[in-house]
Design a protein around this ligand. Structure first.
Ligand code: GLN
Length: 227
């Protein structure tokens, strides 16, 4: 099952966008400015989800587009491709610096891999941006099942229907990393699939391909707290 296939099958996010630019009641008057790394992957879906949550969202392809951001999203897609393109577009070093300087970040699936300090089952030359003191195993569910959907209980968010597509899981967590959610893998046991370290959040699944905006809202709360 491809990312494309799943995105097409689930309800599109477009209908959740606020009309006429009006922000829903209760949002802060000044919208946080959140970039989505736009080298490959489900960029459009994240931009739409952030906009629907009242953020000003913009694609980031060039180093100067990192300036003035309150947060950044690393999308689902293919971590090895995003890694290579980030080097080709000379985005890697400024992005690593921004993350090191404390820019709030949210990564879904490939984005989680890119935020991890260490990757197992990556390509030999695969690099990550880092920022999360975790070790992830790439394509970890592959031996069980390629892609699946299940309910996950997320700390601070609640129960959520989650879509996993060739997803990683977390095998090591540093002391500053909080477990946000886990799933029980048949024959394997519980595996961590959502984590937070300060203003950096990551999920092995893809809320951006559903109409549930709670993970993006939760991230925007972290962005506001860090501002
Ligand atoms: N397996 C992919 C990777 O290694 C991630 C898949 C996804 O983002 N859906 O990047």
């Amino acid at each position: 099952m491809s990312l494309q296939g799943n995105a097409g099958r689930l309800s599109p996010l477009e209908s959740a966008r606020p009309r006429g630019g009006a922000r829903p009641r209760g949002d802060t008057p000044r919208a946080p400015r959140v970039g989505v790394l736009a080298l490959q992957g489900d960029v459009r879906e994240h931009l739409a989800a952030l906009t629907a949550c009242g953020a000003e969202s913009l694609p980031v392809r060039r180093p100067e587009e990192l300036e003035g951001l309150h947060g950044i999203v690393l999308p689902g897609g293919e971590s090895t491709t995003i890694d290579k393109l980030s080097r080709a577009f000379e985005l890697r070093d400024p992005l690593v610096k921004a993350l090191t300087d404390g820019l709030p970040a949210y990564g879904s699936c490939a984005g989680m891999i890119l935020l991890a300090d260490e990757v197992l089952d990556g390509l030999p030359d695969q690099q990550t941006f880092g920022g999360l003191d975790i070790t992830v195993r790439r394509n970890a569910f592959g031996r069980q099942v390629d892609s699946f959907e299940t309910d996950v209980q997320l700390a601070g968010i609640g129960a959520m229907h989650a879509v996993f597509i060739r997803a990683p899981w977390v095998e090591r967590l540093g002391p500053a990393v909080e477990v946000v959610g886990e799933v029980v893998v048949p024959g394997v046991g519980p595996r961590v699939v959502a984590v937070r370290q300060g203003p950096v959040l990551a999920t092995a699944f893809h809320p951006e391909v559903t109409t549930d905006l709670r993970v993006h809202r939760h991230f925007l709360e972290l962005v506001r707290q860090a501002a």
